[in-house]
Write a protein of this length. Structure first.
Length: 217
């Protein structure tokens, strides 16, 4: 059933932080990116302009400390993609800059928390920057012969919008006493993006509960 009036309008409200990062994006590239690309240590490109969303991220890494010292980006995307990548760039460069290991551990949920959320239908936009950063870091590590530092791909991803895996669902059940899909969704935000993963997420949750004999009798 479609929502109407105030409820439907509220679903599309943006926080002041999102508005600020959209209007004044940090570390964004305008115009030709050739010069930045030439100096970049790693470049990540994800998405497709045909689909309407594309992200290019350029990073530079301090070879002595292993910290990210420059993060530039360019996107063909919506306000949410712009704001979330702007925030991501700030997070990565805060202080002395994140280490490569710290940056690989960033999740879309971390960005959403700093933005004070996004409208439910735009949550998946926070994934573009996250994926682009991972691609740029992998590119850097491959170029410098450090492939052994590339973390293995996580086990099967169930929710691509929020990057929730089977292991995440299992941890939610075992470590946080999640027993229902509603509790799982509250904990991980699974299926709050496009929603296409809901059936599979419910199946995996049911399977984990069965495996640990945790289903209510």
């Amino acid at each position: 059933m479609e929502k109407s009036g105030a409820d439907a309008f509220t679903e599309w409200l943006y926080s002041d932080i999102v508005k600020e990062h959209f209007i004044n994006p940090r570390n964004v590239l305008f115009g030709d990116d050739a010069e930045v690309a030439e100096k970049a240590h790693g470049i990540g490109v994800v998405g497709s302009p045909v689909c309407g969303d594309m992200m290019k991220i350029f990073v530079r890494v301090d070879e002595k400390t292993g910290r990210i010292i420059d993060f530039r980006w360019k996107t063909f995307g919506c306000a949410s993609a712009i704001a979330s990548t702007s925030m991501l760039s700030e997070m990565v460069l805060e202080g002395q800059g994140m280490t490569i290991e710290e940056a690989f551990k960033l999740r879309p949920q971390d960005i959403l928390a700093r933005l004070e959320g996004l409208p439910p239908r735009k949550i998946h936009c926070s994934v573009l920057g996250d994926q682009g950063l991972r691609a740029a870091l992998r590119d850097y590590l491959v170029k410098t012969g450090q492939e052994d530092r590339i973390p293995p791909e996580p086990n099967r991803t169930i929710c691509y919008c929020l990057q929730v895996s089977e292991k995440d669902i299992e941890e939610a059940v075992i470590e946080h006493s999640v027993r229902t899909f509603e509790e799982l969704q509250e904990r991980t935000k699974i299926a709050t993006g496009c929603g296409e993963c809901r059936d599979e997420a419910e199946r995996v949750l049911s399977q984990v509960l069965d495996e640990y004999n945790l289903k209510e009798k």
